[in-house]
Design a binder for this molecule. Structure first.
Ligand code: NAP
Length: 412
C-alpha cells in the first residue's frame, strides 16, 4: 500500500506518488526577514495536468527572487495569485532544481518517468496568441516565473512543471551542482548573447556588477568562453580573487568610490562636478584593468538604482547596458544626454527562453562553465540561505539545498 507521506530523503518506489509531501512554505503572516518566513509544513502533492510533469526534487537552487517572496515586497506573491483566482493561501518557492521525473500528464512526449532533469524557472502558455504569432515566449503576456509568481516551486519533495521546463541533467554534476546554475546561468546567457547585435564578441570589454554573485559568476565565464574581456565589480578582495579565478581580467572595489545612488541635481554644479570626478576615476581604473582606453561594449546590470548612472556613463558609444534586476532600488537616474548623443542602448532582460536554457546547460555539461556551487544546505536551512543572500553575506557563487538527496550523489 502507498504511504501517505515519505520522510525527506526517503525515496518512494519509482513512479509511486504519495498523497502528501514536505514543503518549505511562506505564509502572509510570516512575511519579513527570510530566516523566519520559511517553515517546513506538510501539504498535498499537486496533481499533474495535460503537458505537465511531476518531478521528485533531489536538490533546489537558492535565488534572490524568493528573498523578495519572503519579504512580501515589492510583490505580495500570494495576494497577487489570489487576485487571479488562485485559492492557495501559501507560497512554495524555488525557481530551479534537479530531480527525477515521477509522473507525466497527457500529451507529454519529451520526458519519461525515471529521467533525471534540471528545471528551468519560467512558464508560459504555449497556445497563447502572441507565442503562436512568433513571440519569444519570455516576452509573452502569459509568461510567469515558476516558484515566484506561480506556486509549487522546487522547495518541496515534489514539483509540477511544464514539460518544456525539463532539461537533461548534466551527468557529471551532483544533484546540488545541477540544481544551482540554471537560473543565474541562463539569465546571464540571455543578457550577454540574446540581444543582437550586442552579443559578446572576441575582444569585447564587458563590465559585470556583483562579479562574485550568482549572475556575476556565470557571466564572467560566459564572457571568457566567447573571447571577451570580463571585468568585475565587487565589495572585497576575496570576492575579487574569486572573479579572477573564473577568468576576469581584474576587478574594481566598489568601496573605493563614493558616487553611488541617484544623480545629483543637474543645476548643482559642485555636486555634479564631484560625481563626474568620481565616475571618471572609476572609468580610468576600468581602462587600467583592460590595458587600453576601451570602455565596456556591454555592461551587465542587476544592482539597479545605485549603479545605473555609472553603467550608463561608462558604457561605450553605441554599447548596451543590459539589466535584469534592481537589488538596490528601482528609481534609477539616466542622464539622457549620454543615452542619445552617444547612441547607447538600455535593454531590459528577464530570465531566458528554452533555447538559451539549453545553451547554458550544454556549456555546463561540457565542463566549459562551472556551476560555481559554493554552499550546500539542508532543507531546513532554506530560510538561513535566503537570509545570507539578503544580508549579502553569502559565499561567492551559487547556493543549493538538498531536498530528497540524502547525500549529494550524482544519480538516484
Ligand atoms: P547575488 O548572488 O546576491 O549577487 C548580487 C551581487 O550584487 C552581490 O554579490 C553583491 O556583490 C552585489 N551588490 C550588492 N549590493 C550592491 C550595490 N549596492 N552595488 C553594486 N553591487 C551590489 O544575487 P544574484 O543571483 O546575482 O541576483 C542579483 C539580482 O538580479 C537580484 O536582484 C535578482 O533578483 C536579480 N535577478 C533577476 C533575474 C531575472 O530573470 N530577471 C535572474 C536572476 C537574478 P558585492 O557586494 O561583492 O559588490
Amino acid at each position: 500500500m502507498t504511504k501517505t507521506l515519505y520522510e525527506l530523503g526517503e525515496i518512494p518506489p519509482l513512479g509511486v506518488v504519495p498523497r502528501q509531501m514536505y514543503a518549505s512554505v511562506i505564509r502572509r503572516e510570516r512575511y519579513g526577514p527570510p530566516r523566519d518566513a520559511f517553515r517546513t509544513e506538510v501539504v498535498d502533492v499537486p496533481s499533474v495536468g495535460r503537458g505537465q510533469v511531476l518531478v521528485m526534487m533531489m536538490a533546489a537552487g537558492v535565488n534572490y527572487n524568493n528573498v523578495w517572496a519572503a519579504l512580501g515586497r515589492p510583490l505580495d506573491v500570494i495576494k497577487a495569485r489570489q487576485r487571479h483566482g488562485d485559492d492557495t493561501d501559501f507560497h512554495i518557492g524555488g525557481s530551479e532544481g534537479s530531480g527525477v521525473v515521477w509522473a507525466v500528464g497527457d500529451g507529454v512526449e519529451q520526458v519519461r518517468v525515471g529521467d533525471e532533469v534540471v528545471l528551468s524557472g519560467c512558464q508560459w502558455n504555449e497556445s497563447a496568441a502572441d507565442i503562436r504569432l512568433g513571440a519569444d515566449p519570455m516576452t509573452s503576456l502569459t509568461q510567469r516565473v515558476w516558484g515566484y509568481e506561480s506556486n509549487f516551486g522546487s522547495f518541496a519533495q515534489f514539483s509540477v512543471v511544464d514539460e518544456y521546463q525539463c532539461h537533461p541533467k548534466p551527468t557529471r554534476l551532483t544533484w546540488a551542482e545541477a540544481a544551482c546554475y540554471l537560473l543565474t546561468g541562463a539569465t546571464a546567457y540571455r543578457q550577454l548573447c540574446g540581444w543582437d547585435p550586442h552579443t559578446v564578441r572576441p575582444g569585447d570589454p564587458v563590465l559585470i556588477w556583483g562579479g562574485a554573485g550568482g549572475l556575476g559568476s556565470m557571466a564572467i565565464q560566459i564572457v571568457r568562453e566567447r573571447g571577451g574581456i570580463p571585468v568585475a565589480v565587487v565589495s572585497s578582495e576575496e570576492r575579487g580573487e574569486h572573479c579572477v579565478r573564473l577568468g576576469a581580467r581584474g576587478y574594481l572595489l566598489r568601496g573605493d568610490y563614493t558616487h553611488w545612488g541617484r544623480l545629483p541635481d543637474i543645476d548643482d554644479d559642485a555636486a555634479s562636478g564631484a560625481w563626474m570626478a568620481e565616475v571618471r576615476r572609476f572609468g580610468k581604473r576600468f581602462w587600467e584593468i583592460v590595458g587600453a582606453r576601451r570602455s565596456p561594449r556591454i555592461v551587465l546590470e542587476h544592482s539597479g538604482q545605485d549603479t545605473i548612472p555609472t553603467s550608463m556613463y561608462l558604457c561605450d558609444n553605441a554599447g548596451m547596458v543590459v539589466i535584469c534586476g534592481g537589488t538596490t532600488g528601482y528609481h534609477a537616474d539616466v542622464d539622457l544626454r549620454f543615452l542619445w548623443m552617444r547612441q547607447k542602448r538600455l535593454q531590459g532582460s528577464h530570465f531566458a527562453n528554452t533555447e538559451q536554457c539549453r545553451a547554458i546547460t550544454e556549456l555546463v555539461a561540457a565542463g566549459r562553465v562551472d556551476p560555481c556551487l559554493s554552499w550546500t544546505g539542508t532543507f531546513e536551512e532554506l530560510g538561513h540561505a535566503h537570509q545570507l543572500m539578503r544580508d549579502n553575506a553569502h559565499p561567492a557563487g551559487n547556493m543549493a539545498v538538498l531536498v530528497n538527496a540524502a547525500e549529494d550523489g550524482h544519480t538516484l
